[in-house]
Design a protein around this ligand. Structure first.
Ligand SMILES: Cc1cc2nc3c(=O)[nH]c(=O)nc-3n(C[C@H](O)[C@H](O)[C@H](O)COP(=O)(O)OP(=O)(O)OC[C@H]3O[C@@H](n4cnc5c(N)ncnc54)[C@H](O)[C@@H]3O)c2cc1C
Length: 241
């Protein structure tokens, strides 16, 4: 049942995937499915009636009544520590959506796709990667994932498979600590890293950039500087500095 667009939902599975992030699988009766890249609003209600609402991208896509979210804990945040540390299978919450019709990928486009994620910004880009692989479009998909350290990478195993047999070109960028023997530069994404990993402008890619606001703005500006037309850069800002 929906009231004001809110649907009752139940957490069915939680998995800790990094020291600060958790994947949640949530059953939403009546969910009609969603496009890859969309998000939901999640509403939590405390026993005293206090409510908090936050947006979370969908890692899942397609027609299933079980959706998948991945939440990274923001220290001192109001909602994310609860979703990462406290929520349990069987707990109830509410979701509204699917939301967002712009930051999505649908079957049909012939152009190459460049995905660029910072931190938890990987979530909608995993949904897009899954959709593109399922659609047989892995060869035109490139993914550049910037994370602090190897253990901070959400969906690491799945992305390694996508970058191996899956046929997606996956590039990792570590901003603080890299694995043993890593020879590529470590640090914030710069022009050299973007030039090396991103489809060049003459291939006319659609570029999806997602992550904390500062990351998205820095990367989008750098892409424009490298010759990517602003109209072909789609951005999703998760908040923060
Ligand atoms: C469309 C959309 C999709 C999103 N998808 C995801 C997702 O898939 N996974 C996920 O983990 N988060 C996602 N977010 C961010 C999420 O909505 C919350 O902002 C985040 O979980 C923090 O909420 P909080 O209540 O813990 O922190 P708050 O109490 O709201 O904020 C605490 C402090 O942290 C800062 N802050 C808030 N968000 C961030 C951030 N993302 N990065 C750095 N600092 C921040 C605030 O400015 C504030 O100073 C998404 C946001 C949007 C708009």
């Amino acid at each position: 049942m929906t009231v004001g667009g809110w649907r009752a939902a139940k957490v069915v599975d939680v998995a800790d995937v990094t020291p600060s992030a958790r994947v949640l699988r949530i059953e939403v009766p009546g969910w009609a499915g969603n496009d890859a890249g969309q998000h939901v609003d999640v509403r939590l209600t405390a026993e005293d009636g206090y409510q908090a609402v936050r947006s979370y991208s969908l890692g899942s896509y397609g027609a299933s009544e079980t959706i998948e979210l991945a939440v990274d804990e923001i220290p001192d945040g109001e909602v994310s520590p609860y979703l990462v540390r406290d929520v349990r299978p069987g707990d109830e919450l509410e979701v509204k959506g699917p939301l967002g019709g712009y930051f999505v990928w649908r079957v049909g486009g012939a152009e190459p796709v460049q995905l660029i994620a910072g931190g938890s910004g990987i979530v909608p880009l995993v949904a897009i990667t899954r959709a593109m692989v399922d659609a047989g479009a892995a060869a035109s998909t490139r993914l550049l994932y910037s994370v602090r350290t190897p253990t901070d990478a959400i969906y690491r195993d799945e992305l390694e498979r996508a970058g191996g047999d899956g046929g997606v070109a996956v590039t990792w960028r570590y901003t603080r600590t890299a694995p043993e023997g890593w020879t590529a530069p470590v640090g914030r994404l710069d022009d050299d890293a973007l030039r090396a990993a991103v489809w060049p402008p003459d291939r006319e890619p659609i570029v999806y950039v997602c992550g904390p606001t500062g990351f998205v703005e820095h990367v989008a500006d750098a892409l424009v500087g490298l010759g990517h037309p602003p109209a072909r850069i789609k951005t999703e800002r998760f908040g923060g500095a």
